[in-house]
Design a protein around this ligand. Structure first.
Ligand SMILES: [Zn+2]
Length: 235
């Protein structure tokens, strides 16, 4: 095991769908020089690499079924080991989703002599999430997203940008959104308790402008990275 991995930080980002997690993940990864690990992307990259592991992933993708848990864990471990640049560590976004995955991740981190340094929980009120997700319209032509409540198009059925037709994706329908949020809460509440017990949970009020949430995240993360060279800094 290389010395390098030992000094690297591991940060997890938790939060409901529609809570702005993806946006914050990108900003945090850039600011601190972290490798942003998205499991879906990691699976596709492994498959594209044509490795032995990638071929296994491909066999599941071809069948249209989810890769089994152990295989996902192997892909994540491979992604952690592949990081050969002088990155400052890793940022997990949308993973783990439940206690089983959390235990799997902890096992891999231990095998690589890494520790989980922080779990940032982006907390959003339920009704705001419903507004953000349940009123979403997508342009059939250019894929631009609108929101009838928060970012209404001039005409509710026509795209402002390309005049394409706007529609509501089936997984954006209010009853589907309610179920997604309910499933999310049921799965992640134990996770939030778990990370509280481990002493790494940091809760952020995510119902604020993007830059304000990012500043809160930096207040939490800066002390963690104060010992490391910030890769975005110019000499
Ligand atoms: Zn459009």
């Amino acid at each position: 095991m290389s010395q390098r991995l030992i000094e690297q930080k591991v940060v997890i980002l938790l939060g409901p769908p529609g809570g702005g997690k993806g946006t914050q993940a990108e900003k945090i990864a850039r600011q601190y020089g972290l490798l942003h690990i998205d499991t879906g992307r990691a699976l596709r990259a492994e498959q594209a690499s044509g490795s032995e592991l990638g071929l296994k992933v491909q066999s599941y993708m071809e069948k249209g079924v989810l890769a089994p848990f152990e295989l996902v864990m192997d892909v994540i471990k491979a992604a952690l080991l592949k990081e050969t640049s002088n990155g400052n560590g890793f940022l997990f976004d949308g993973f783990p989703r439940n206690l089983t995955q959390a235990a799997g991740l902890e096992r891999i981190l231990q095998e690589l002599s890494l520790t989980l340094d922080a779990a940032l929980y982006l907390k959003m009120p339920h009704d705001i999430l419903l507004d953000r997700l349940g009123f979403r319209l997508t342009c059939k032509q250019c894929d631009t997203k609108f929101n009838l409540k928060l970012k209404p198009p001039q005409n509710p059925s026509v795209c402002d940008l390309c005049s394409g037709e706007l529609f509501q994706r089936s997984d954006d329908k209010p009853e589907v959104i309610e179920n997604r949020l309910k499933a999310y809460t049921e799965e992640t509440s134990p996770l939030i308790e778990h990370y509280t017990t481990l002493g790494v949970l940091q809760t952020l009020d995510a119902n604020q402008p993007i830059e304000v949430v990012f500043e809160l995240a930096q207040t939490i993360l800066n002390p963690l990275f104060s010992q490391l060279p910030v890769t975005t800094q110019k000499d």
